[in-house]
Design a binder for this molecule. Sequence first.
Ligand code: PXL
Length: 260
Amino acid sequence: MTEAIPTILTIAGSDPSSGAGLQADLYTLHDLGCRGRSVVTAITAQTNDRVLGVWPTSADVLTQQLATAADGVELSAVKVGMVATAANVWATIWFLKSRPHGDVVIDPLLHSSSGLPLLDKSAIPIFRQQLLPYATVITPNIPEAMALAGMQIATVEAMEVAAKSIYEEVYRFRGGGDRPLVIAIKGGHLRRDPVDVVYDGTQHYRLSGERLPGGIHGSGCRFATAIAAGMAKKMPVVEAIAAAKVYVTELVRKGEKDPI
Ligand code: PXL
């Protein structure tokens, strides 16, 4: 009997350039042999280097999409990207609380280097305290890890301290338990080679990477989605993270600015 193809839901913003957001997520799922479903938390107008506007969807519109997105399928995993507003954080929490959904990978998009408002400031406390506890994997970049851990990060050692601190906070908000939780801090903002740091509550792993020229808009979206795809395919979580890093590195190497 052939294995069923897993279906993954992405909860994300729309990027018309399709380098990031739900479009990039769907490309990634296709590349990795999965099926995708998507709901839109915000519509953006942007190019690879310019943001023209952001229009969050209302929580009501997001809730209606969430009510239908998983119709007729069993979700193997969920990826959460840009959520935009506090009301949309609540709509997402409600969905995760009330529907079966498999593993959840959250890309904690708090700010973007392009200046795109990815999450309202007022939404940050509930995002941390109520949404992050649903995650199996959380994938902050260094600025996001600094915000979540409340510390400066300039070295791989500091990334390890931050990963443990984020783990402990999320574990506490979860109220304990033995559901897996893994923090994967992306090292792309390090001055040296972009080492990613992974912490699973027991040990740290360092995933080495090479600094490639260019970098692509939306590589973080694709990284988190590729982790969700790996987990949906029953890879052990750290292996899924390592495979996602290889996948994204190859895209950057190919200079695939636009994933089409
Ligand atoms: O890469 C972060 C990101 C996520 N989601 C959407 C985006 C961006 C960055 O531009 O547009 C919709």
